[in-house]
Design a protein around this ligand. Structure first.
Ligand code: HEC
Length: 147
């Protein structure tokens, strides 16, 4: 009686400690984009900036749908160069990343300025096309990892 019980106990112990689990799959397997390894706070700062820009796109589209240029101005200004993450991050990011990042923030600033004066819906759409081209280029090139 003792031997089978011991075997069960050993099996249970291995299962609980994870010793017999298969290795965790690599979430970036097959992802050929260039990895940028950042400390957790820096990665969080970059991702938070990203979510702000997505919020701006949503705010601009909502303003466009309701023909509300003040809302377009506010939403675009929220992602202008002034909101760009901590300058200390610059040392951690590749040049091309910084170039695309600055261009994106500048285009949000330009759209905010244009919305403060006279702007047509068509020109907002054309500007959104140029802005999102930068989102697409950078996302196709880089991914973030932890260091
Ligand atoms: C300079 C490069 C760059 C630009 C420009 C850029 N992104 Fe990103 N973004 C990234 C990287 C890198 C990631 C992380 C992707 C990964 O690790 O798979 C990311 C992630 C994100 C995420 C996920 C955030 C999270 O919490 O996980 C969102 C949303 C996002 N970007 C939105 C945008 C939008 C919208 C734009 C354009 C207005 C934009 N990004 C422009 C580089 C960029």
């Amino acid at each position: 009686m003792a031997a089978p019980r011991r075997r069960i106990a050993i099996a249970l112990c291995l299962a609980l400690t994870g010793a017999c689990r298969p290795p965790a799959p690599d979430p970036s397997a097959g992802d050929t984009r260039q990895a940028i390894a950042l400390p957790p706070e820096a990665r969080n700062a970059v991702l938070s900036e990203m979510r702000t820009m997505l919020g701006s796109l949503n705010g601009i589209l909502t303003g466009l749908a309701t023909r509300d240029t003040a809302a377009i101005h506010r939403a675009a200004a929220a992602s202008g160069l002034a909101m760009a993450a901590d300058p200390a991050l610059e040392k951690l990011l590749p040049d091309q990343f910084l170039t695309w990042g600055v261009q994106t923030h500048r285009q949000f600033d330009d759209l905010a300025a244009a919305a403060a004066s006279d702007i047509t819906p068509d020109s907002v759409v054309a500007r959104l096309s140029r802005i999102t081209q930068l989102c697409v280029s950078c996302h196709a090139t880089y991914r973030l990892t932890l260091r």
